[in-house]
Design a protein around this ligand. Structure first.
Ligand SMILES: N[C@@H](CCC(=O)N[C@@H](CS)C(=O)NCC(=O)O)C(=O)O
Length: 242
């Protein structure tokens, strides 16, 4: 059976990693059988999670994993027109290559309180001394990545404003639809859910989270997908009534 390697579940959410949550959500939306093994990026084939092992195939990177899932199991995008597929790709790039970095800034850099929550969730499984050293090393590395991306060169207010434009775009595109392309989930929904839950429904506080929560269609969307595809995970108090 297909094995998905990802971070341990935490915060009552599918995964604190946007990319792991995206991948597992695709598996669930497509009804593909799989098992999960907890892992850390250090030991992953490309130094990042998620990765999968499917028989004799080992694949890293959610984009290549989902391409494999579409080819071998089920293509959630097969009813999309070429133009819809193109827009779907563009929105996924917005989410993964832009919004993502503002959420990384929130977790790794914005406030010490957020950093402590993030540190405990990722490194808390390690023995105390190793936890502190690994957290220090990774914090430095991720901060370099945020700076390298470019977003980390701005003031926090500007970083969040840039990401709020992404939230506006997503909210407008979703509108009052159940999923981005109508009544059936597509790969874009697996991506959007994985990143939105890690923006607005996790214990990392920021103006971006508050802004995302103010978009009721996005907040309801996240609550609805979590309830439907992860019934074993309890809703947060804020989701009650969605
Ligand atoms: N493009 C990759 C990105 C994966 C990724 O950035 N994973 C993060 C966790 S959200 C990671 O493992 N980072 C560890 C590191 O950068 O050292 C994908 O789509 O899977």
């Amino acid at each position: 059976m297909l094995i998905l390697y990802q971070f341990e579940r935490t915060w009552g959410n599918p995964n604190l990693s946007h990319f792991c949550c995206k991948t597992e959500t695709y598996l669930r939306m497509a009804g593909i059988e799989y098992t999960v093994r907890a892992a850390l990026p250090l030991f992953a084939p490309k130094g990042k999670l998620p990765y999968i092992v499917d028989g004799d195939i080992e694949l890293a990177d959610s984009r290549f994993i989902i391409r494999h899932l579409k080819t071998r199991y089920k293509d959630l995008d097969d009813a999309l027109s070429p133009a819809e597929s193109a827009l779907s790709l563009a929105l996924q790039r917005l989410i993964e290559e832009h919004l993502f970095w503002a959420t990384m800034y929130s977790r790794w850099q914005y406030t010490d309180a957020n950093w402590q929550v993030n540190k405990k969730a990722i490194f808390g499984v390690l023995p105390p001394l190793i936890c502190d050293v690994a957290a220090l090393v990774y914090r430095y590395k991720i901060r370099q990545q945020i700076y390298g991306h470019g977003i980390g060169r701005h003031e926090s207010q500007d970083i969040f404003e840039l990401a709020m434009w992404d939230i506006d775009a997503l909210s407008e595109c979703l509108g009052d639809k159940k999923y981005f392309w109508g009544d059936q989930p597509t790969a874009l929904d697996a991506t959007a859910f994985g990143f939105l839950i890690n923006t607005i429904d996790c214990p990392i506080e920021s103006p971006l989270k508050e802004y995302g929560l103010s978009k009721s269609n996005l907040a309801n969307y996240v609550g609805r997908i979590k309830a439907r595809y992860y019934p074993e995970l309890a809703p947060r108090p804020r989701e009650t009534g969605h």
